[in-house]
Every structure is written in structure tokens, then in C-alpha cells.
Design a protein around this ligand. Structure first.
Ligand code: NVA
Length: 314
């Protein structure tokens, strides 16, 4: 695997399948303290619940620990240059999980760090979410190829990573977004390259109904992401026909699962109460962040070769 995980495109299909397999194994069998003495910096420019808690807990349960650095403390790129922060942290810690306003900041951090940098969400991607989501899908469906995933809403960071991940493992991806809010051309082109190898089909459709019809997975995310707060009213109008609700679920397959990365804006992108629907696997998704990220940390941080050091589990 590469030093860093900045984008889903840093991984190939085999590496993704390996991470999912290890994540499931860790979930079922527990975790020996393979990262004893290791430290992960959590460098965040935006708020977080799941990502912060799951990385912190993953390090603790693997025998290591994490140090949370809030936006105010570090002043990334303001109080201190990104390059310098990367070089300083590399002298102290074994890895950096960074949540940044832009993908460029993440890239600069990775370029100037000698330790692995993990994208803990940027404006462009949310790879840890997508990998955990694949783990959840595999748990629920037992396979990837041929499944149909309908993403209803904004072509945002979550959609980008999910599209790329789906196309690497053979899931068919349908996207329904309002005009002007779809997935950008360069990400779509990258996904098409992956799809040509895996056999995934990508469909960009106009209506949520068309995307959801006979789908195995319906996926929703917020209409307004962190950092876009000034557009909230404009977006509420643009996305008003793109709510995931019971009506949409009813046209999907009977055993379809409903997914959302959280936080949810109940009554906006998802109708009130729908997270409690029997189709919802939203809280499994949240839990699986922990398991998948343990597998990732064991791969990226030093002295943590799971396959070499885990004979008792095979
Ligand atoms: N698209 C959302 C995802 C939050 C996990 C955001 O960037 O705010």
C-alpha cells in the first residue's frame, strides 16, 4: 500500500478487499495491542464526532494512543505553515489523520510528512467513510458485483469517494442530483476507468425515483456540507425534490438498505424518522468506522503487518 490514504484512488481493488476482510476480522475477533507505543495525531480543521471518536478509540484499543489537535490550537496555514506542521509532527508521531478544508492542504501535509497521512475528510473526498461503507455493504449483502447503489443528493466528498470505491469493487452506481450539483467530470472520469476494469455501470439520472428503482442500497448525505453554510438556503431550494423518504424506499428492492454517513438533517435530505426504519443500517455504518479504521491503521502505521503478526486468527 502507499504511504498515505488521501483518496480512494490511492487503493486498488485487492487492497480494498483486504482492508474489508481485516476490518471484519478485527470486528469479530478483537484486537491484540499491535500498535503499542504508537501515536496518531488527529489534526482537524472542521468539527467531527464519528471520525474523531473512532480513530481515538481505534488507537487506544490497538495499544497506542492519539493526540487531538483542534483548529484553534494549530491554525493550520495561518499560525503555522502546513509544511512546517507536517515536518514537526513527523518527528513526534507515527501517523496523521487530518480533516482539512481543502484537498490541497492534505496533499501538502502528505508531501512534507515522513509518516502516513490519512484523509479524515476533505472538501473532495471522505475515503474512510467509503471504505467503512463497503464493509457495511459486504456485511449486509455478502457480495459487491452487480449490486445497485443509488446516491440521491449532492455530488460531494462522500459521493466522490463512494463512487470511486463502488467502481473499484464492481458495484453499479446511480447518481441523482439537481442540475449543477452532480459529481465533477474529473472524478467521474477516474471512476469510469475503474468501472471499465471491474464491470461496474455508472448512471447519472435526473430523478431520485429512477435512481432508486430496484436499487439494493439507497444512500443520502447532507445537502449542505461543512464549509458551505453560506449556501444553505440556496441548497434547500435546489435539493427540495431530492429527499430520501418512504416513497423512494418503496421502489427499491424489498431487502434494500438505507445508508447515511451522518450527521443527518432530519426532514431535509432524509425524512423525519427514517433513520429508525427497519431498512436503515446507518448506525452499523457508524460503528464500522471503528473496525475498518483499525484495519487501515494496522496497514499504514509501522510494525503492524496484520497478516504476519496474527497467526492465531487465521
Ligand atoms: N458531506 C458531509 C459529510 C459529513 C460526514 C460534509 O462534508 O459535511
Amino acid at each position: 500500500m502507499r504511504k498515505d490514504l488521501l483518496s480512494i484512488s490511492d487503493l486498488n481493488r485487492r487492497e480494498i478487499e483486504h482492508l474489508i476482510e481485516e476490518g471484519l476480522r478485527v470486528k469479530q475477533a478483537g484486537t491484540p495491542p499491535l500498535l503499542s507505543g504508537r501515536t496518531l495525531a488527529l489534526l482537524f480543521e472542521k468539527p467531527s464526532l464519528r471520525t474523531k471518536v473512532s480513530f481515538d478509540l481505534a488507537m487506544y484499543q490497538l495499544g497506542g494512543h492519539s493526540i487531538y489537535l483542534s483548529p484553534e490550537e494549530v491554525g493550520l496555514g495561518k499560525r503555522e505553515q502546513v509544511n512546517d506542521v507536517a515536518r514537526v509532527l513527523s518527528r513526534y508521531v507515527d501517523g496523521i489523520a487530518a480533516r482539512t478544508l481543502t484537498q490541497q492542504t492534505l496533499r501538502a501535509l502528505a508531501d512534507h510528512s515522513s509518516v502516513p497521512v490519512i484523509n479524515a475528510l476533505s472538501d473532495l473526498e471522505h475515503p474512510c467513510q467509503a471504505l467503512s461503507d463497503l464493509l457495511t455493504i459486504y456485511e449486509k449483502k455478502g457480495t459487491f458485483p452487480g449490486l445497485a447503489l443509488a446516491f440521491v443528493g449532492d455530488g460531494n466528498n462522500v459521493a466522490n469517494s463512494l463512487l470511486l470505491a463502488a467502481c473499484l469493487v464492481g458495484i453499479n452506481f446511480r447518481l441523482a442530483s439537481p442540475p449543477g450539483y452532480g459529481i465533477k467530470e474529473d472524478v467521474l472520469n477516474q471512476a469510469k476507468e475503474f468501472a471499465a476494469l471491474s464491470g461496474s455501470q455508472i448512471q447519472v439520472v435526473d430523478s431520485p425515483h429512477e435512481a432508486a428503482k430496484d436499487a439494493d442500497i439507497i444512500y443520502a448525505d447532507v445537502w449542505t456540507s461543512m464549509g458551505q453554510e453560506s449556501e444553505v438556503e440556496k441548497r434547500r431550494l435546489a435539493f427540495s425534490d431530492y429527499q430520501v423518504d418512504n416513497r423512494l424506499l418503496s421502489v427499491a428492492r424489498a431487502d434494500a438498505v438505507l445508508m447515511h454517513p451522518l450527521p443527518a438533517h432530519h426532514g431535509e435530505e432524509i425524512s423525519a424518522g427514517l433513520l429508525d426504519d427497519p431498512h436503515s443500517v446507518v448506525f452499523d455504518q457508524a460503528e464500522n468506522r471503528l473496525h475498518l479504521q483499525k484495519a487501515l491503521l494496522l496497514k499504514l502505521l509501522p510494525n503492524a503487518q496484520v497478516s504476519d503478526k496474527w497467526p492465531s486468527l487465521s
